[in-house]
Design a protein around this ligand. Structure first.
Ligand SMILES: *Cc1c(COP(=O)(O)O)cnc(C)c1O
Length: 451
C-alpha cells in the first residue's frame, strides 16, 4: 500500500465504524489524520501523502497546556512504565497516587490567611464526567447520612459538566439536549445565566435583577437542594461564557445560607486557564467540593480528581453508607498520576501566570479585527481563552478547513470560533492563531464592513 492508499483505508474505516464525539454514523463529518504531535504542532497527513504541520489552537480540548512530546512528561511516563502502568487501587496504593494527592492538596484553593486548603481529601477519577458524578454523589450521600436527604442540584443555565447522566442533568437544558432524555434524566433547578462580563458589579442593574430572581428561585427550593454546582467565572463547553466573580459569590452564599454544599467544577478553568491557578481565587471562595481534570495530566492521559473538605469526607463516611460508594477499575492509575505530577511541577516552573497574562493581551489585540466583520457579534478573552462569537451558527467543517490552510487547527461549536492555546505558545504562535481565526471567519461567513 502506498501512503496515500493507507490514508484512504484508515479514513474509510474510521468513517464507517468509529464514533467520534457527538457524531452521526450516517453522515459523519470528515476527520483529519494526525501522524504525530510535538511542541504545539500537530502533524496531519493529507491526501496525496503530504504531511502538514498545524498549530493546535485547541490544546486537545484544553488539556495539552505544555504542548506535545514534552521531555519531562515523556520521561515521567517512561519511568513509570518501567515500574508498572497499572495496579488496582482497592487494597493497594502506590507512590504516584500519594505524591499526586499531596500535590493537589498543596495547590488547592485556600483563602488568604489559611495556611492550608480546606480541601484535604482526594478522589482520583478516570475522567472529568466521573469526577462530577463523584462530586454529586458525595453531596447526596452527605445529606442522606445527616438524616435529611436532599434530592436536587441547583445550578445556572449554560453550564457544561460532562456527558454521564448525573453530570448531564446539570448541563444547560437546551444545549445539553435534556428533551432527548426526559424521564431518564434527574430534573434539577436552573437559575438564569448571570449577566455577561467579568467586571459586572453587584450594583449593576442587570446583576441586581439576576440576584433577586436567583435568590427567589433558590428560596422556593431550599430544602431540596443538596448542592450548588457551577463552573466559576467561565462556562466552557456550554458557550465560552464569561461572568463575574460577584455572581459566583451570590451562588456560594445561597448554598452556605441554606445548608447546601458548594461544588466548583474547575475541569476547564483549573490549572491556570483563566490566568489564576483556580477561577475560585478570583471569587475569593473555596468550595466544599472541587472537580479537576482536562489539563491535569498535561493532556497525556485521562485522569481527573474530586477534592473535598474534611467535613464533607466525614459526613459522607459516617452514617448508613459507611463510605463513598464509588470505585472505578482504573482509579488512581499510576501512569496517569506520574505524568500529572510532572505536569503540575512543570506548570509551576513555567510561570503560567506570566504566560497566560501575555497570551490574554495578545489574544485581545489579535482578535479585535474580527469586530469589523458583519457576521461577528462579539469578541472576548479571559486568560488563555479567546472567543469570536458569530451572529449565527458556525460552518464547523469550513472554518476548520480554512484555518488548516492557514496552518492552524480550530474546532468551533455552535456560534463560537475560539482558542484555548497551550501556555507555551509564543507571541508568533498566538499571532498565527488569531490571524487564522479572523481570516477564516471572514472567508467563510462574510466580508469586512469597514475598510
Ligand atoms: C470537559 C468538562 C467536563 C467533562 O470532562 P470529561 O473528561 O470530558 O468527562 C466536565 N466539566 C467541565 C467544566 C468540562 O469542561
Amino acid at each position: 500500500m502506498t501512503d496515500d492508499q493507507k490514508l484512504t483505508d484508515l479514513l474509510t474505516f474510521d468513517r464507517e465504524h468509529l464514533w467520534h464525539p457527538y457524531s452521526c454514523a450516517l453522515t459523519p463529518t470528515a476527520s483529519y489524520l494526525v501522524e504525530s504531535a510535538s511542541g504545539i504542532r500537530l502533524q496531519l497527513r493529507r491526501p496525496g501523502g503530504e504531511i502538514i504541520s498545524v498549530v493546535d489552537a485547541m490544546s486537545s480540548w484544553w488539556s495539552a497546556i505544555h504542548g506535545y512530546a514534552v521531555p519531562s512528561l515523556d520521561e515521567a511516563a517512561r519511568d513509570q512504565l518501567g515500574r508498572m502502568s497499572h495496579v488496582m487501587f482497592g487494597g493497594l496504593t502506590h507512590e504516584p497516587a500519594v505524591a499526586l494527592g499531596r500535590k493537589l492538596i498543596e495547590l488547592a484553593p485556600r483563602l488568604d490567611g489559611q495556611d492550608e486548603s480546606p480541601l484535604q481529601h482526594v478522589f482520583l477519577a478516570d475522567s472529568g464526567s466521573v469526577s462530577v458524578e463523584v462530586a454529586m454523589k458525595m453531596a447526596w450521600q452527605f445529606h442522606v447520612n445527616s438524616g435529611r436527604p436532599r434530592p436536587k442540584m441547583f445550578t445556572i443555565r449554560g453550564g457544561y459538566h460532562g456527558d454521564t447522566f448525573a453530570a448531564m442533568s446539570v448541563c444547560d437544558p437546551v444545549g445539553g439536549m435534556h428533551s432527548l432524555f426526559t424521564g431518564v434524566l434527574p430534573e434539577q433547578i436552573f437559575a438564569q445565566r448571570p449577566p455577561a462580563g467579568i467586571d459586572v458589579a453587584a450594583d449593576d442593574p442587570a446583576m441586581v435583577a439576576w440576584e433577586q430572581e436567583t435568590r427567589a428561585l433558590y428560596a422556593a427550593h431550599a430544602a431540596e437542594v443538596a448542592a450548588v454546582v457551577v463552573e466559576p467565572v467561565l462556562q466552557g463547553a456550554g458557550g465560552m461564557y464569561i461572568y463575574s466573580p460577584y455572581a459566583v459569590q451570590v451562588l456560594a452564599s445561597l448554598a452556605r445560607e441554606h445548608g447546601a454544599l458548594l461544588i466548583f467544577d474547575e475541569i476547564a478553568t483549573g490549572f491556570g486557564r483563566t490566568g489564576t491557578l483556580w477561577a475560585a481565587q478570583r471569587c475569593a471562595v473555596v468550595p466544599d467540593i472541587l472537580t479537576v481534570g482536562k489539563a491535569l495530566t498535561g493532556g497525556y492521559l485521562t485522569l481527573a480528581a474530586t477534592l473535598c473538605t474534611r467535613e464533607v469526607a466525614q459526613g459522607v463516611s459516617s452514617g448508613q453508607s459507611g463510605g463513598l460508594m464509588h470505585g472505578p477499575t482504573f482509579m488512581g492509575n499510576p501512569l496517569a498520576c506520574s505524568v500529572a505530577l510532572a505536569s503540575l511541577e512543570l506548570l509551576e516552573r513555567n510561570d503560567f501566570r506570566a504566560q497566560t497574562a501575555r497570551i490574554e493581551s495578545e489574544l485581545g489585540t489579535g482578535l479585535e479585527p474580527a469586530l469589523d466583520l458583519d457576521c461577528v457579534k462579539g469578541v472576548r478573552t479571559l486568560g488563555a481563552v479567546g472567543v469570536i462569537q458569530l451572529t449565527g451558527p458556525v460552518d464547523v467543517a469550513a472554518i476548520g478547513a480554512a484555518a488548516i490552510e492557514r496552518g492552524v487547527w480550530v474546532r468551533p461549536f455552535r456560534d463560537l470560533v475560539y482558542t484555548m492555546p497551550p501556555y507555551v505558545s509564543t507571541t508568533e504562535d498566538i499571532g498565527a492563531i488569531t490571524t487564522a481565526m479572523v481570516e477564516s471567519v471572514d472567508e467563510v461567513h462574510g466580508g469586512l464592513t469597514t475598510d
